[in-house]
Every structure is written in structure tokens, then in C-alpha cells.
Design a protein around this ligand. Sequence first.
Ligand SMILES: Cc1cc2nc3c(=O)[nH]c(=O)nc-3n(C[C@H](O)[C@H](O)[C@H](O)COP(=O)(O)O)c2cc1C
Ligand code: SF4
Length: 680
Amino acid sequence: MTNDPLLQPYRLKHLTLKNRVMSTAHEPAYSEDGLPKARYRLYHAEKAKGGMALTMTAGSALVSRDSPAAFGNLHAFRDEIVPWLAELTDACHEHDCKVMIQLTHLGRRTGWNTGDWLPVLSASPVREPAHRAFPKQAEDWDIERIVADYAAAAQRMQAAGLDGIEFEAYGHLMDSFWSPATNRREDAFGGTLDNRLRFAFQVIEAVRAAVGPDFVVGVRLVADEDWQKGLSREEGMEIARRLAGCGKVDFLNIIRGHIETDAALTGVIPISGMASAPHLDFAGAVRAETKFPVFHAARIADVATARHAIAAGKLDMVGMTRPHIADPHIVKKVLAGEEDRIRPCVGATYCLDRIYEGGEALCIHNAATGREATIPHVITRSDGPLKRVVVVGAGPAGLEAARVAAERGHTVTVLEAAPLAGGQVRLAAQNPRRKELIGIVDWRLAELERLGVDIRYDCWAEADDVTALSPQMVLIATGGLPQPPPLEAGEELVTTSWDILSGAAKPAGSVLVYDDNGGHQGMGAAEIAASSGAAVELVSPERFFAPEMGGMNHVPYMRAFHRHGVRVTINTRLLAVRREGNQLAAVLGSDFAPEWREERLVDQVVAEHGTAPLDELYLALKPLSRNRGAVDYERLVSGGAVFPSQDAAAPFDLARIGDAVAARNVHAAIYDGIRYALRI
Ligand SMILES: Cc1cc2nc3c(=O)[nH]c(=O)nc-3n(C[C@H](O)[C@H](O)[C@H](O)COP(=O)(O)O)c2cc1C
Ligand code: SF4
């Protein structure tokens, strides 16, 4: 029996949770038609396999029709959900992982123009800036109906065999009644704390009556909105005390902060470069005050911090939610003494940003998450012939391909032109705020060392260098080099964003950053230039700038921009640059009014227009390869041999991956790396 505090069982009512690790509610937007079908099930089953004790499924499963999905939420208001949830629950129970679900009415945190186009409501007609709907004030008949909806949804969850439920009470309908920021009512649901809690207790009582005394019911609640006009710590603590003392609730899952804007949301869910475990002490204070089971998650990203949270008595169950999106097998690795092999969550928050942009949650550097049906988390040895594989380039695509190919038993050699691995990830990690990204590289390098992969640095590979290794498979992961935007004149006068990011070029006194890509590169260059004291104007041809970056990642850039006075100009294209004395004149134009022109006189023009693939080696090897570089995309996606043979006598198949094909992002590179390497 281990004495690791994290691995001790925990008794919650009649349930024995086998350890202290859980995944808190998070909607990955894998639902289909509002239902948790195979993709959803496989995603949670993988976490169960990986050893966690409790998975809180869904995120904000919807109890009512007039709470339309904001990010692929499950429809807990429909009976059809029951068999799907039952299947998911059974799949997790097979691995002794308990399953609960978060239920909510989103209140004002959604839009009226989706689902059934029913009006959005809240305690009072106070708009949430993030979702922009103007809610109506919930009427008496709304309150009655929604209380009944909660009870009916809870019964459905019980019928599906789930181990419990929790209510979401931060930023949604339930706590819109609690918070002075959102409750302006003068009736029995406004004013005093008793009144503001009335709706929540009506729900709790109706649900308890519906599910009986034995079913586990918890509340994920904000116990301090950390907001001058919001719920104070004192009132929040009082709510926690009342919930703990009401005899109808079994656990509290503690949140601190508010979520009505992207900036506020990063206080509740910090991203890379922000504090680690910022609310752990607060959650511990609630536990000490209430002497009640307390769960909590907020950037407890590594096992040591999680262990501390339990050992120090701050939490009963520790949520490691994004960490399990990055590696669903955390507990299994701890149990196997392989803690150092856990794929780190680097805080990139690509996962969460994607759901707010209407996509599904994907991890920046684990392409298997959410794709369990086709991409395995644990790579098994190939049962086909083992091959000599040469990977050219040790950026994210190349490192991932090398890792997976080596796991499959192939003999892998990596040739890298630079003295260090990492490619553009290493460049991005130069930003001190984003330095954790280097975990993407370091984790793979450690795996490659364990697997005995030969990496040759400072090796600018020509075709002969590759063929001298007698490969049977060659993967070209040479990445790209920055390319200038198409200009009428003056391309040679432009500094690239890479030069600024790498420190190769110092920002000058006044800098115009032209971001024609919309991701981190241009924003990062502007941030670095502004932080160095330059007067910066960021110019974007887009309707809203940095469209390739989600709202949470936008926050620290904007914080720096406002602090350093960066001026942002949208809807404007850089047309040309010319010398003007010892300065540069940037000529700006408009797609909308072609006659409109303006000029800026600056010391430096920095441009970001993605990369052009470094494809010389690929083109040189193409005629020597068996498949002439061709890939059968249909089979790449659906299964079968992916490299059509064009010259059976040629010694190797050839593919290029990542930005060596075209400028994309880290996730695309990693996904290429694994899916091609799985097919060797
Ligand atoms: C993709 C994604 C979706 C989320 N959706 C919800 C949600 O619907 N309800 C909720 O209470 N929290 C949601 N969260 C927040 C998580 O439950 C958790 O509080 C947050 O990720 C911080 O914990 P971590 O640092 O361990 O990831 C979501 C998180 C992610 C990454
Ligand atoms: S995308 Fe980033 S924050 Fe999200 S799970 Fe992956 S590593 Fe963690």
C-alpha cells in the first residue's frame, strides 16, 4: 500500500473514490446533436483507464431548452441522453472510475440566436459582455419551470447510472441570483442573502426530492467573485457554510473569481505565464471553515502541487483537468513510478480557446485526445516489418514522428540543422510568458532518449546525407522560413517577426508591426517591441485582429498592449515600404476603399505573413522515392496503406509533415507527426 497522499482512497457518502485525482467538468464540445456518443465516451474512458478516481463529465449539461448550447453542451433536458450516458458510465466503471455530471442553466452566458431561438434570461437584465446577449429578467413562471427542469434532469442522470451530479454556480443562472453584480431584483429573489439564495435552495430541494437521499449532489460554486461589485469573500463563505449545513449537499467544488469577460476568465482558469494554483489556499480556507468535502481545480498542473494540495489538507479531491487533456494516464504513470514520463500540460490553453471559437477541445501537443477512435494514447509495437526511418527536422512534427516511429519499434535517426531541437516552438518559448511551451520539446526529447533515437544536430541534410542512411521511410519535417507579405515595393526593408522574437533584431524607437497571419507570432513581436520601450502600432487587415488566437490567449497580449500604449489599427493592409531619410515610410491601404491611403513614418516595419515551406530536400528526394511523395489522404484518414507505389524498385517512401508542407500550427504539426508515423 502506497503512502502517497494523492493515491489514498476517499470516502464520499457511500462512494469510495480510489484516489484523490479528478477531472473537473469541462465541455470538450465532442457532443453530437447534444448527446455524448462514441467520441465522448472514448474520451472519458481513456481517463478512466489512466487511473483517475472521478471524472466529472460534460461541462454545463443543459437542464432547460431556453439554455441553448454555448459550446457544444450536452442536452440533459432530453430523455435520449440517458442510454448514451449509461454507456459512458459503464465504460468508466470498468476501470473503477466514478462518473458524475455537471448540470446547469447557462442563464445569460449564451446566445439567443442558437438552438430554439428562445430568449436568454438571468436574475436581472444585466448583459454578459462575453456572450453579448441582453437577457430578460426571469419571471415567476420561469423560476418554477427551471426548478422542475433541474429535478427532471437530475433524475435522468440517476437513471443513467451516474454516481452523482454537481450544479454549476459561477457565471451561470444559479449564481446570477447570488451576486450583487447581476441581481437587481426587488422581489423575494433579490436583496437579502436569504432572498438571493432562494432559487438555489429551491433547486436543491426539488432535486433532492427527486433523486432521494443517497444520490451524490454537489455544487461547484463561486465563493468569492474577487470583484468590487460582485459577491464578496464574506458572503461567499456564508453561502459555502449554508450549503454545507443544509443537509442536502454532499460536496463543494470551489471557484474564486468571475467570468463575464475573457480577462476575468483567465483569473479563474489561468493560462501559461500566469500563477500556478492561485486559488488553492482559498479553497483550503473554505474547507477549514466548513469542514466539508472540498474539490478544486485551477492550474494545479503537476503532480507535486497536487500532492501538496492533498497532503496539506487544502482539498479532498484535486482537479487536474487540462493536465488530463494533455495526458489522460497521469495516475497510472505515478503508480508505475514513471511520474517523469507524464506529458506536461504547458498551459497553452489551445483546448479551451478552441471551444469558445466554436471548435472542439484539442490539446496543443496531444493529438490523440478527442481522437481516441483513431489515434492511440499508448503506442504499441508494429506487427509489420520494422524499418529504418530518417526524420529530417527536430521541430514539433519531426520530434513527434520520431517518438511514435521509435515506439513502434522502427530504427529512427533524426537530422536537425540547428544546434538545438524545437523549431518554432523554441522560438515561441523565448517569450518569458510562454516559456513553458518548451515542455512540448523537452518531453519528446526525454522520450527519444529513453527510446534510443539517434539525433544528429548541426546537420544540414542534403539528399545524399539521407540516402547514405539507407532509409526505408523518410519524413521531411524541415519546417519553414518567414516570408514577407506581398508588397508593391520594399520587401527588403521589412524585419520579420522571427527576428524580433528570436532577438536577432532589436526593436527600434518606433515600430509598425504588420500582422497578416493572425496568430501568436505577430502579437508576440508587438509585445516584445512594446515591452522594450518602442512606440508600437499593430496593423491588421482583419475585421478583428489576431483571429487565429482564442480569447484567453488574447488576454496577456492585450494587457501588455494597454500597459505599453500599443495602438491597434484594423481593416488596414500594408501596401509598400520605402526609405525616407533614415526612417521608413509604411504605405497603408484599404480593401474597402481602394482610393484610401495613409502613410506612417517609423524606424522599423516588422511583418508577419507565416512561413514558406523549406522544401528543397523534399523536392530533391521526391524522384528517388517509391511513392514520389504522394499520399493517399482517403487512407490516411480512414485506414490502409497510405503511400501509393509509383516505383516499386525505389528504396524508400517519402512524406513531408508540419510546416514543411504549409504554414499551420503546433497541433497540426504534432498531428501530422503521429498519424504518419503510425502508418509506417
Ligand atoms: C475545454 C474546457 C471546457 C471547460 N468547460 C467547463 C464547464 O463547462 N464548466 C465548468 O465548471 N468548468 C469548465 N472548465 C473549467 C475546468 O473545469 C477547470 O476548472 C479549469 O480547466 C481549471 O482547471 P485545470 O487548470 O486543472 O485545467 C473547462 C475547461 C476546459 C479546458
Ligand atoms: S492545450 Fe495546452 S492547456 Fe490545454 S491541455 Fe494541452 S497543454 Fe494543457
